[in-house]
Design a protein around this ligand. Structure first.
Ligand SMILES: [Zn+2]
Length: 447
């Protein structure tokens, strides 16, 4: 067993009564050390945090790792969601296991370097030969040391059946359900401190059949795993649901048996006041993806109205083809700016944005053991140094992180283990990764 570690005298820390820092032991936070005191825990080693701002590890609640391979693709530039998807589906249909490994590694590395300790992913493209996509992603997470909630995505409603995607990227319902069951059995961990969890995630109302939506909800209930999908992202989706299902997206979701506390939804832009109350009553949570929504001009998630109604809000970077980066600290700042411009300076502070990306995101993932610096929570931390020109002369250290635009953590810890040290990932050759990743992206986009 490791000896306890005192993260001593931080420049600032997002916690109450921890001015002199925190003590970690066996992967958990075991003590908060108030001003004027020393740790009560015996035999502590010391880590000097006097030049570091300490946050709970940031949690990313929506992404598509494979899309790091299709950033700023010329044919998809300046398009709204449906056109953007149709430009990219044929490229994604050529995804290989090697490319997915590289795309996943790049996305998780970007996230970790920006202060992320846990991430979800929504992988929904399974062309022939990529049946082991989720297994590949589990392998990458274990190499890099991030906590993950990987979703087994799916699409089974192609053009032929009135959906949006081409036939080449969809699977049939039986194949999807059998593989969903397989990956849950093989990888899903339960209980506090879980490093790998699995959720089920049919892609969207316009790419999945009602039958698959319902069967997936049944399977998730039977295996006690979470459910995730895109919803209320665009006006086009509203129109599609009205025309195809004769109802609004949330009515459709409820009809499919999805409106409950195991579900978290990406985007949640176009809900009305009554729908927000229904989401709150059901304890369904929302992943706010500010950069993606602005890039695709999909609209803005009404975060403060949602929170007033009682809906938990987390932060998601979304796929790197719509963001086009995986920097969670920058995403948090984008959410802060977007929501402040909508609701005003009294309604939204930097603390709200930090809360969305930590406690709010933890709620989306169904976790109570992370998202906060408190006794018994997991030792998942992001530490930032304020020594870049952008911070020079700043007053409030926590405010400075958001307002001056922090984008790179100095150190990141998951379950008591450092996964980022001095702004780099130990054991990862970033130069080599960039070369291989760029080559895989070129090959996908040109073939
Ligand atoms: Zn998405």
């Amino acid at each position: 067993m490791d000896s306890p570690l005192w993260i001593k005298d931080p420049l600032a820390i997002l916690a109450s009564d921890a001015d002199r820092g925190i003590v970690l032991h066996n992967g958990r936070i075991v003590e908060l050390v108030p001003a004027g005191r020393n740790p009560a825990t015996a035999d502590v080693h010391t880590f000097d945090a006097s030049e570091l701002v300490v946050l709970p590890g940031l949690i990313n609640t929506h992404h598509h790792f494979f899309q790091t391979l299709t950033r700023a693709v010329p044919a998809a530039l300046d398009r709204e969601l449906f056109d953007w998807l149709q430009a990219l589906y044929p490229i994604w249909a050529k995804l290989t296991p090697e490319a997915l490994d590289l795309g996943t590694t790049m996305a998780m590395a970007e996230l970790a370097l920006s202060g992320c300790t846990m991430t979800t992913d929504h992988h929904y493209v399974f062309p022939a030969g990529l049946e082991d996509a989720i297994d590949i992603q589990v392998g990458v997470a274990q190499r890099l040391g991030l906590r993950v909630l990987l979703t087994r995505g799916s699409m089974n409603r192609s053009k032929r059946d009135g959906g949006l995607p081409p036939d080449s990227v969809v699977q049939d319902e039986d194949t999807i359900l059998a593989d969903s069951e397989r990956v849950v059995s093989r990888h899903h961990q339960t209980g506090e401190g879980a490093m790998v969890q699995i959720a089920l995630a049919p892609c969207s109302p316009f790419s999945v059949t009602t039958s698959l939506m319902r069967a997936t909800a049944d399977l998730a209930a039977r295996r006690n795993v979470r459910l995730h999908t895109h919803l209320a992202e665009t006006e086009d989706e509203n129109r599609y649901c009205q025309e195809t299902y004769k109802c609004r997206p949330l009515d459709y979701l409820q009809d499919c048996g999805w409106l409950g506390d195991r579900t978290w939804l990406a985007h949640g832009i176009h809900f009305n006041a009554d729908e927000m109350k229904r989401l709150a009553r059901a304890r369904t949570s929302i992943s706010h993806c500010a950069c993606s929504n602005q890039t695709l001009a999909s609209g803005h998630c009404p975060v403060c109205d949602m929170e007033r109604a009682g809906v938990a809000i987390g932060i998601g970077v979304d796929g790197s083809a719509s963001n086009d980066s995986s920097n969670l600290m920058q995403e948090l700042r984008a959410a802060f700016l977007l929501q402040r411009s909508r609701y005003g300076v009294k309604a939204v502070s930097h603390n709200d944005a930090l809360r969305w990306a930590t406690r709010g995101s933890a709620a989306c993932t169904g976790r109570t053991d992370i998202g906060e610096i408190a006794v018994d929570k997991m030792a998942d931390l992001a530490l930032f140094r304020l020594d870049e020109p952008r911070f020079s002369g700043s007053g409030d250290p926590l405010g400075a992180l958001v307002l001056c635009g922090a984008h790179r953590a100095d150190r990141v810890m998951v379950g008591g283990r450092w996964i980022v040290v001095d702004g780099a990932i130990p054991g990862l050759d970033m130069h080599e990764l960039k070369m291989s990743h760029a080559a895989a992206a070129r090959s996908l986009q040109s073939a």
